[in-house]
Design a binder for this molecule. Structure first.
Ligand SMILES: [Mg+2]
Length: 324
């Protein structure tokens, strides 16, 4: 996103959770203090479909963040919202995933069918599939049968991996792929980041427009690409999945507006001037140089040399930034 036309002050943040606020059960350094101190509404949007918003909000309150249940938007809620907005909304929906999936459907007014009951109840009109650690092959089979029988299939998100303390586990997207492998196609729609639905639902809850809000995230291909697709400015932090090299290599569709090492020293007033620090400047210049090199037909060896120089320059700025 260009910063032209950016508002003087962003009125709210839509903040990702894992890799921004916490990593597993531990808080990310500086995040809680920054989010408590900021003079803007703070809303949280997570692709994690398995936990209901109340459980996520309770976790945030335990970390010291003031957070109402209504200030959390999950990809399960976005999926239920997506289903309710069609021209002919479904009535009976199969909930495949953790407790957050069924709860979101119930709250949106759908008749929820659980996989174990699907065989002995009337056919469903739609399937909402999200991650759940207890999802079984039999649950995935019910999703596949419903889709083959003509049900509309919405996935909460397509993140293929789930980082855990013990290694990388298959994420919700891997479970979606299992169903896709059986039915020979992908879902009809996806609600979570990088698709705009989850951000659009969060904006509706904030009663704000995309231009008034700043998204914060640690993943370029979900948080940042989704913010751009929704028309929001974004702040990328280096406390989670993606690295400085990743952001320098990022294609235009996933380039953040601002880049910071972490949320330390985040201004209380979220103005463009306060957010636009030296790290953002050096990365923005490097994108311009790398784009020019590509447009001029640079060989891949020349491109990699330019990239290595850009990484070194950005790292020098980053080391200066974090020398506190
Ligand atoms: Mg994250």
């Amino acid at each position: 996103m260009t910063t032209e036309g950016a508002p003087t002050t962003y009125r709210a943040l839509i903040c990702d959770l894992d890799g921004v606020v916490y990593r597993g059960s531990s808080p990310v350094p500086y995040a809680v203090e920054a989010l408590v101190g900021v003079r803007a509404q703070v809303h949280y949007a997570t692709n994690n479909a398995s936990r209901p918003p109340g459980e996520v909000a309770a976790h945030l309150r335990d970390l010291g963040l003031p957070c109402a249940d209504s200030e959390v938007t999950t990809s399960s809620e976005a999926g239920a919202w997506l289903l309710s907005r069609g021209s002919a909304p479904p009535q009976r929906v199969l909930a495949v995933g953790g407790p957050g999936v069924a709860l979101a459907l119930e709250r949106a007014g759908f008749t929820v069918v659980l996989p174990r009951d699907a065989q002995h109840t009337p056919a469903v009109d739609a399937v909402l599939q999200g991650y759940g650690r207890d999802v079984t092959a039999a649950d995935l089979a019910e999703a596949a049968y419903a889709v083959q029988a003509g049900a509309c299939w919405v996935a909460t998100n397509t993140d293929s991996t789930l980082p855990t303390d013990r290694g990388v586990a298959p994420g919700g997207g891997s479970l979606v792929s299992a169903v896709a492998g059986a039915v020979g196609r992908g879902p009809d729609a996806v609600a979570g980041k990088p698709h705009p639905t989850i951000y659009e639902l969060a904006l509706e809850r904030l009663s704000l427009t995309a231009g008034e809000v700043l998204a914060i995230g640690d993943r370029l291909e979900t948080d940042i690409e989704g913010a751009l697709a929704t028309g929001m400015a974004s702040l990328f932090v280096l406390t989670g999945v993606d690295s400085l090299e990743d952001v320098l290599r990022a294609e235009p569709r996933m380039r953040p507006t601002y880049i910071r090492a972490d949320l330390a020293d985040l201004a209380t007033q979220l103005t463009h001037e306060a957010l636009d620090g030296p790290l953002t400047g050096v990365v923005r210049r490097a994108w311009g140089q790398l784009d020019d090199a590509r447009a001029a037909g640079a060989s891949s060896a020349q491109f990699e040399t330019a990239l290595t120089q850009a990484i070194e320059a950005a790292r020098r700025v980053l080391d200066g930034d974090t020398a506190r």
